[in-house]
Design a protein around this ligand. Sequence first.
Ligand SMILES: [Fe+2]
Length: 132
Amino acid sequence: MISIVWTKDLEVERGEIDDQHRHLFKLLADFYTQLQKGAGRDVLARMLEDLMSYAGEHFALEEMYLQEHPDFARHRQLHYSFIKKMNAFERGYLHGDIALGVEMVDFVRRWLCEHIAGTDRLQFADLRKDRF
Ligand SMILES: [Fe+2]
């Protein structure tokens, strides 16, 4: 059982971004719930598509705020690698590798926690402090 919850230590102190992070956790938790319930592939595929399109919009907003940050290129690269990895997961999963579903959920949960805590928080703190 994977626990998928946004926690206060992931706060970047920018309401709009925190709301989006919370929503990403919710979309992932919903996907996981349906996966556990054995929902149909079409339902899961649609949910995954929604999750990834929301993630894409979210990354674009973060990148707009942080484009002047000195470490911006690395940040954008992390977003890009995530999308690439998810595309590969999605392809494998939709082509019948069901076990990949849980592995993918665990990957997204872990990635979100590490990325928000390790990169988003630091760069948004720099933005708040007018460091760039
Ligand atoms: Fe980010």
